[in-house]
Design a protein around this ligand. Sequence first.
Ligand SMILES: [Mg+2]
Ligand SMILES: [Zn+2]
Length: 185
Amino acid sequence: MDFIVSGKKACFLDRDGVINEEVNYLFEPEKVAIIPGVTEALKMLKRHGYLTVVVTNQAGVARGYYEEKDIHAVHARIEELLDEHEAGIDAFYYCPHHPEFSDECECRKPNAGMLLKAAEQFDIDMSESFLVGDRISDIYAARNAGCAEAYLVRTGHGANEIENKDVSDIEIADNLLHAVQTFIK
Ligand SMILES: [Mg+2]
Ligand SMILES: [Zn+2]
């Protein structure tokens, strides 16, 4: 009997504080700095057959700090820096909204909208997929989407979140590479 192949597995990645160093409201491509270990983590994900999908809240658009074209420029820079190491990102999703400055939306994390959209577009099996983020809202987005696991990293805002919020039921990892190594084993 044949096995029924039901969807691809994915690693959902928050962007700021997970892939690139946290800079408040990053919109200048020249300020993109990749966090140590990220290239190795992305290569490991590829080797093990995971799609790499960025899901990032970019409320700076709703707030009027920058435009959507600036987000695209930052993503192009991230890809440029990562491709030098043959460790690209399969897809970028962003939420430009903020409830106080624009309409309510389904995509702003902790809502699951971006993950569910990616799942539909790439035929992703959530039960085989996981997320890595530096905010508790990232973790809840993964839970709302039905991901198998979600890791809160100490990079970016993570250290502050871990120190000041209740993280007793959340898996903690030092950084993206550590999270990937823990999930894939
Ligand atoms: Mg972040
Ligand atoms: Zn949104």
